[in-house]
Ligand binder design. Structure first.
Ligand SMILES: C[S@@+](CC[C@H](N)C(=O)[O-])C[C@H]1O[C@@H](n2cnc3c(N)ncnc32)[C@H](O)[C@@H]1O
Ligand code: SF4
Ligand code: SF4
Length: 350
């Protein structure tokens, strides 16, 4: 039955692309800018603005809109999305549509009752979860600007893992690891932990060029032996879903020696990735939020002057490697047939 819905969505994707409209394969909905942590690398909690939480009526409107548009994947993110008062309703509402996959992107850094409630809703609805996990002990506390971070997050990850084992069809679990100079020495330990849990993970590098990121000298990775060893460990890990060619070029990226491959420009139809903010403005990888999906349909938005201006900014961008080529960024620029297959697996499985 699900394949019928995927096929119907694919037809909408094709129809949009033929009209020159991005398919928005993945829609990222930021339920709030508020957060339980204050990471060194991120500015989102400092930009709470006038609309700290997405209103439920607007959330359902957006979900309906992307459902009609043919979106295949929906990610509920933030800030910390589990702070949203109606997070359970949001997950239920999105999962009762026939998207290929709905995923929560959280750190699970909250009180045990809140985490337990969210985990139960995930298991009830079949929504997946991606948990940010990039260190243990003091390293995690420093990176995340909070206390007891790794113990708290691990408690939630292990709760899901235990409950998942009792299910006939486990929910999808993955971690998002952001490597920086401060946690590089923990790469092996982080991957051991993820592998023991039986989770998948995406690996990204700390970056500082987009609006939501902070430039912090102490986080910038240097191209040295430790980094090369970490990359070898990552490439050899069965848990890592980030395509190998992306990881292999991380060192070239640090040296500024990779060609510009911009998914928005190379594959406007399929590579365009958008984030909808709590007040329903839109953000992309570059520049300030713009437009508003309460006032514009996706088609109107992509035909607007602001969108064509943003494309001009993207043309002027020097390029990136990590931010745009992570699995959820999808990436229609495979380096080889095996990478194409790897990417397709990620698209298929979410
Ligand atoms: C902005 S957070 C939102 C969801 C949730 N608060 C979390 O941290 O998982 C989404 C992801 O962006 C990552 N991120 C934030 N700032 C980053 C940066 N400067 N470079 C790379 N990744 C970053 C986070 O580690 C997290 O995995
Ligand atoms: S990365 Fe996530 S947890 Fe950290 S401050 Fe940003 S939104 Fe919060
Ligand atoms: S940061 Fe630059 S190269 Fe990367 S996706 Fe955005 S516009 Fe394209």
């Amino acid at each position: 039955m699900k394949s019928v819905h995927i096929a119907a969505r694919s037809l909408k994707n094709i129809s949009n692309v033929l009209r020159g409209i991005p398919a928005v394969i993945l829609a990222n909905l930021l339920l709030t800018r508020r957060c339980t942590q204050n990471c060194l690398q991120c500015t989102i909690p400092q930009d709470s603005g006038d609309t700290p939480f997405m209103e439920m009526a607007n959330f359902t409107r957006l979900v309906d809109m992307f459902d009609r548009h043919g979106t295949q994947f929906v990610s509920l993110s933030g800030g910390e999305p589990i702070l949203h008062q109606h997070i359970d309703e949001c997950i239920r509402y999105a999962t009762q549509k026939q998207f290929v996959h709905v995923q929560l992107l959280s750190t699970l850094y909250a009180s045990k009752p809140v985490v337990e409630k969210v985990v139960d809703v995930l298991l009830e609805t079949g929504a997946g979860i991606q948990v940010s996990f990039d260190g243990f002990g003091e390293v995690a506390d420093t990176l995340r600007g909070a206390t007891n971070v790794s113990d708290t997050v691990q408690w939630g990850m292990e709760l899901i893992t235990r409950k998942n084992k009792q299910r006939r069809k486990p929910v999808r679990t993955s971690a998002n690891i952001v490597l920086s100079k401060l946690n590089l020495h923990q790469t092996d330990r982080i991957l051991n932990y993820i592998e023991c849990l039986g989770w998948k993970c995406n690996v990204d590098l700390y970056r500082w060029t987009s609006e939501n990121t902070n430039e912090v000298q102490d986080l910038k990775i240097e191209d040295n032996r430790e980094f090369k060893d970490a990359l070898d460990r990552i490439i050899g890990s069965p848990a890592v879903t980030t395509p190998t060619f992306i990881i292999e070029h991380f060192t070239d990226y640090l040296k500024g020696d990779v060609p510009k491959r911009c998914p928005y420009l190379d594959s406007r139809g399929l590579g365009t990735k958008i984030y909808v903010n709590p007040e329903c403005s839109v953000s992309v990888c570059i520049g300030k939020p713009f437009g508003n999906l309460l006032e514009q349909s996706p088609v109107e938005f992509f035909r607007s002057k602001e969108w064509s201006d943003r494309i001009k900014m993207m043309r002027a961008c020097k390029g990136c490697w990590n931010s745009c080529y992570t699995p959820s960024g999808i990436v229609f620029h495979p380096g080889s047939i095996s990478d194409l297959k790897a990417i397709w697996e990620i698209v298929r499985k979410g």
